[in-house]
Design a protein around this ligand. Sequence first.
Ligand code: FES
Ligand code: FES
Length: 175
Amino acid sequence: MKVSMSVNGVVQDHDVEPRTLLVHYLRDVVGLTGTNIGCDTTSCGACTVLIDGQSAKSCTILAATADGSSITTIEGLAHGDELHPVQAAFREEHGLQCGYCTPGMVMAAVSLIDEHRTPDGGTDLNEAEVREGLEGNLCRCTGYHNIVRAVLSAAGVSLPGPGTHIAATVGGGQS
Ligand code: FES
Ligand code: FES
């Protein structure tokens, strides 16, 4: 069957099998391998992309279901050499180690921050909301501490000092 969607602003038209998952479509058909596959069972969030601006786990959605939509992957965030503010905050706050969860984590964070935009261009996010908002994204390396700092920083929330321990769990729960 034919599917057509905008991926990072470029219209993609391809023939796919009806059972093709969106994550496989993005990686194997469109050739954007920044979106990772961690579990294939809706558990880890490594495959998170934006569909019409909202975060979604692309291993749970058929490419056919996304027909006609606008997809943003991690490759679509930066402008040339200029990182997206969330990417820059992950780098600045050391919000990654092996990096496997990072594309999905960043995409989920972009969506979360957008959901909490205030009319003055800021956000009303707080630490608890970051932890709750990212609970569908698992990280095996970082203990989540610096991920939360990165998201709060990108959201314009002032951070506690570097040595200050903000609470120990996020998302999948245990650090
Ligand atoms: S690969 Fe999609 S949630 Fe883990
Ligand atoms: S940085 Fe390794 S899984 Fe998150």
